[in-house]
Design a binder for this molecule. Sequence first.
Ligand code: GCU
Length: 331
Amino acid sequence: MVKLTTFKEQIIGFTILFLCLLLSSCEAVSDTKVLYFAHSLPTSHPVHKGILEMQRILNEESAGKLQIKVFPDGQLGSEREVLELLQIGSIAITKVSASALSNFAPEYQVTVVPYLFRDEAHLWKNLEGEVGEQLLSSGSEYLLRGLCFYDAGARSFYTKEKAINSPEDLTGLKLRVQNDQMSVAMANTLGASATPMAFSELYTALQQNVVDGAENNIPSFVTSNHFEVCKYYTFDEHTMIPDVVIIGTKFWDKLSDQEKEWLRAASKESVVKQKQFWKETIAEQMEMLKENNVKFFYPDKGPFQEKSKPVMENLMKDPKMKAIIDKINSN
Ligand code: GCU
């Protein structure tokens, strides 16, 4: 186990070194600037398709002068590792879950509060309004500047052995959550035993019974093939954690005003298509899941909402977080 990790780290290290060398040579020999964009999702995922849209618009609007090269599938490391690479200036851009980002820029913790966003309209009203702007710019202090939010739907529980119809059904279950305090608190408060780990390790962990289940949106449940192992999916929709496109300030600060504008516009414009890809993908994937014997459950969300309340109460002890949560609630 230890050996494996070390080997993986070495490979990542060598790859990054190689890419850095490549990157600096690219910049030295031509007018074209190529920014490296690393993320952890597979190419069949609607978020990846949104990123390709951003790549296309940027190329078009800058007439090829500013480009991005995309490295999907966790090729350059986990979300945490890539965020660290952004901070030291080895990679320019990433897309991570807002919960991964909350380990670096604490304001993003509010996006992990269970049942904070009332519905999709409430989520986007906040993300595309004052609150969203505040979150995106909060990262700059930690060298991680936000460009835009992508749709990542709602997260729900899925399990191997039994259906979840109420929080009581979660008791004693080992559930994989994302590696941040809020996600751990969410699962534990609901009565499960939270097991944080990187997304890329989850398929094997499910297969080998290291965990009994996990939680995620439908596209990630499908494109990771977790549906092959987990046949029970419960639409409790405990969180609506968006994905976030981030550029390291080490790269951002070196761009000209014109380049910044191209990048800002391309990222914002790609959101429209990304949301559309999301909806189309879910419709198709639900059919495919039914054909693959995945059973869906639609429990009363009330008891989940009630039981998870301490997560928000606890976070609101911090006046800075309370101010953001109050703003979201008043919208
Ligand atoms: C979602 C999200 C990813 C994240 C994953 C996870 O799929 O889009 O960015 O890595 O959840 O649960 O780790």
